[in-house]
Design a protein around this ligand. Sequence first.
Ligand SMILES: [Zn+2]
Length: 127
Amino acid sequence: MKLSEAIMLGSLSVPQGSGNESLFSDNSRCALGAARLAMGLTGKGEVNAYRELTDLWPWIGNDEECPRCHREGTARAIIWHLNDVHSWPRERIASWVASIEPATPEPTEGRDPEQTHQELCVVEEKV
Ligand SMILES: [Zn+2]
């Protein structure tokens, strides 16, 4: 599943929230929290939460630019920023994510085969 699809799917279950707790809360979820919900990710703590997301979608570590204020950061940070700072609805964030995410679920361009293989192994161990 693409990240944009996971955000949309998770958004159907709970209202939008902000702040660190919205990565985990049963009551409200930010955009990334909604994606975690859709994918069944349950890691505790902020570090594990982001690691799980990056394992699934390595490209969220790539540099991007905020479509509203042009602040630069990783895609992961910009998604958080659109949710918590600009208060974009998750559907709108998902549309922006769809405009930057790779067409295929696992990006391979610009990576050597060995690195891609390692990332696939990490995903398989979690299943
Ligand atoms: Zn911004």
